[in-house]
Design a protein around this ligand. Structure first.
Ligand SMILES: Cc1ncc(C[n+]2csc(CCOP(=O)(O)OP(=O)(O)O)c2C)c(N)n1
Ligand code: SF4
Ligand SMILES: [Mg+2]
Length: 285
């Protein structure tokens, strides 16, 4: 097994002490080591936010991109080199808000990407405004009378769009989360884990204690049973089940594109002459 410390780097970390992101980072390193991966085999793409800083603190290929845009960039990278193991670190705002449209369409295409949604139920980086997953009635500096919109349920949305691998984890259970991440990465297609993550500075409602009172580990006993998966995903209140809700094989995006069957585009010799001819022909018209 690869030693976990090969994924360490010395980039200065400014997350608040006690932030749930540390548990997620730790679980990621465990999962990568457990799978015997090395830094050059992995690419991590992130959007913008506290969650999106995660790949800075992990030694591997990475791109910290634009708010809400991690998924189209990850899909482009997958098309260019489908041999890479690609992970996406994204926040609840980044993935379900600004990037919500990209999320539903990425699910439909089913590319082999593993999406880790750091769901702290708030916009952490911009100091605590409500996010799409903030609970009804939660007071924030921008919503002093409480949130008046219903919270979005990411796993339920992913299931509705046809995602084949859907799970929920908790940053305070890093060993369990590492198992979920490994299982998600082993799935050949779009896999998403909604990870409950306390934001100690700005979410005073959904604290570590609040989550711990509610979570219970419960995989779907039949991981291909969609109805059971949806029931688990929709259970978010006094009880919150953590585990694999659905693990159902589906045809993967790049495996259905004929030209990619000759190997990753990035590793093939590049011949610009057909495009040069096309441009020259256009100029001649
Ligand atoms: C296009 C655009 N809109 C808004 C912002 C401001 N902004 C930066 S991060 C963020 C929200 C981040 O929330 P989330 O994705 O939940 O991440 P967290 O910080 O909570 O981990 C916003 C609104 C931006 N950078 N770019
Ligand atoms: S503001 Fe919240 S999400 Fe951001 S580092 Fe601090 S605790 Fe973590
Ligand atoms: Mg957030």
């Amino acid at each position: 097994m690869t030693a976990k410390k090969i994924f360490d780097n010395d980039y200065a970390n400014q997350w608040c002490p006690g932030c749930g992101n540390f548990g997620i980072l730790n679980a990621m390193k465990t999962a990568l080591a457990d799978q015997d991966l090395s830094p050059e085999e992995i690419l991590i793409i992130s959007g913008i936010g506290q969650a999106a800083k995660t790949p800075h603190f992990l030694k591997c290929n990475m791109l910290h991109s634009l708010h809400g845009r991690a998924l189209p960039i990850a899909l482009g990278a997958k098309m260019a080199n489908h041999d890479l193991k690609i992970l996406v670190n994204t926040g609840d705002g980044d993935c379900y808000g600004e990037g919500g449209n990209h999320f539903i369409h990425a699910v439909r295409r089913n590319p082999d990407l593993t999406v880790l949604v750091h769901n702290n139920q708030v916009y952490g980086l911009t100091k605590g405004q409500a996010s799409p997953t903030s609970m009804d009635g939660m007071e924030t500096p921008l919503q002093p009378q409480g949130v008046i919109s219903s919270p979005l349920n990411g796993p339920a949305l992913a299931l509705t769009m046809g995602a084949g691998f859907v799970a929920r984890g908790f940053s305070g259970e890093p060993d369990h989360l590492a198992e979920l991440i490994s299982a998600a990465m082993e799935y050949k297609g779009f896999s998403v884990i909604d990870i409950l993550q306390p934001c100690v500075s700005f979410n005073k409602l959904n604290t570590a204690a609040w989550y711990k009172e509610r979570i219970k580990k419960e995989n779907n006993p039949d991981p291909r049973d969609f109805d059971r998966a949806m029931k688990l995903a929709m259970t978010f209140g006094d009880t919150i089940p953590l585990g694999i809700y659905l693990n159902q094989p589906k045809p993967e995006f790049t495996s259905r594109i004929q030209t990619l069957q000759q190997g990753p585009l990035a590793l093939r010799p590049y011949d610009p002459s057909p495009v040069q001819k096309l441009l020259a022909d256009q100029q001649a018209v």
